[in-house]
Design a protein around this ligand. Structure first.
Ligand SMILES: [Ca+2]
Length: 146
């Protein structure tokens, strides 16, 4: 358990360090591709968003959202990722959409630093970190920051 201070530039620097970013994305993609066919299907991507809690953090959905609404939301997220409408998400699509999401998170954070506590296993999971960053930003978004 540790505490880190981050702001928008923390996330932006992560995304713009292309070599590192691509490596992290490759690792994430590989772990998300449960059946190892080289692409993510709807349920694989959905699992990813469920476990990463990016939905709550980035798309502003609270936990009481009805299941049918959630299904619609996951469908719309999948469609965002699936740029060529192949009904699967490949590595390139995954990277480019994650980049957009993370940059949007970076914009949300701006220059207002936030302090956050990390569980030990968060350290290696940058996506969870990014999600937690965003979630914390919603809480930390107080008048002194605007
Ligand atoms: Ca797959």
């Amino acid at each position: 358990m540790g505490v880190v201070i981050i702001d928008g530039s923390t996330v932006r620097n992560f995304v713009t360090d292309e070599e590192h970013f691509n490596k992290c994305m490759d690792e994430s993609f590989t772990s998300l591709d449960l059946n190892d066919d080289g692409v993510l299907c709807r349920s694989e991507l959905r699992k990813a968003f469920e476990s990463l809690r990016l939905i709550e953090a980035h798309f502003g959905v609270d936990i009481s959202t009805p299941p049918e609404k959630l299904n619609e939301l996951y469908d719309s997220i999948f469609d965002k990722f699936d740029l060529d409408h192949s009904n699967t998400v490949d590595r390139q699509e995954f990277k480019s959409e994650m980049k957009k999401i993370l940059l949007a998170i970076a914009d949300g954070l701006g220059s207002c630093p936030i302090q956050m506590a990390l569980e030990d296993d968060d350290q290696s999971n940058f996506l969870k970190k990014a999600a937690d960053h965003e979630a914390a930003n919603l809480v930390a978004n107080q008048p002194s920051c605007s």
